[in-house]
Design a protein around this ligand. Sequence first.
Ligand code: HEM
Length: 189
Amino acid sequence: MTWTMYQLSKHPDVLAKAREEIESVLGNQLYPQATNLSQLKYIEAILQESLRIFPPVALIDREAIIDHEIHDNQNDTKIFISKGTTVLIPIMVIHRLDKLGWTNPETFDPTRFLNPEEKLYRHPYSYLPFSIGTRNCIGQNFAMEESKIMLSMILQRFNFELVPGQNIVPDLKIALRPKNGLYMYISQR
Ligand code: HEM
């Protein structure tokens, strides 16, 4: 939520569109209902894009329990991973590789998650904020719904702007946090 609000404070055009969607889906309703959640498509795309640029779990590892040989078709090379080796999966790097199909990967652009065709150009494992496979995040759907509720209620009620002069640096301490904190001026709308 911190990184999402940071991105929104840097992209007023995205923030304005998000508020338009909240206005049209919720109107004067103060609390989103279950039926509203699937209607908050732009809010969902904002959260997905924020999880791409600053994935809270930015690095995971796996230990090989048997020997593996992986064939890299593109480069016609083989990679050997012997039993007991720890393999690091740098999720934050994977999320920013143009060779996996991310165009302008450094740009915060939620619309990339609104166009189903764009997904076809990306590698199937190019987006891993919740990991993938048998040990992926069991809370991912809950986390997305919870974040949608939280973000739409915050945007409905508050204005926020970054306190100027901060040195905002991502720091990987299990979760990806702002090293020096991230401060905002908050006021009621
Ligand atoms: C934005 C929020 C969240 C993110 C980005 C996230 C991400 C992840 C990732 C990447 C993993 C795989 C870790 C690894 O393989 O080393 C994971 C595992 C897990 N997550 Fe989440 N998670 C989130 C929220 C939640 C919530 C809300 C819950 C519970 C309600 C949850 C429960 C779990 C559990 C139990 C595992 C371990 C699953 C297993 O090993 O079989 N997570 N999460």
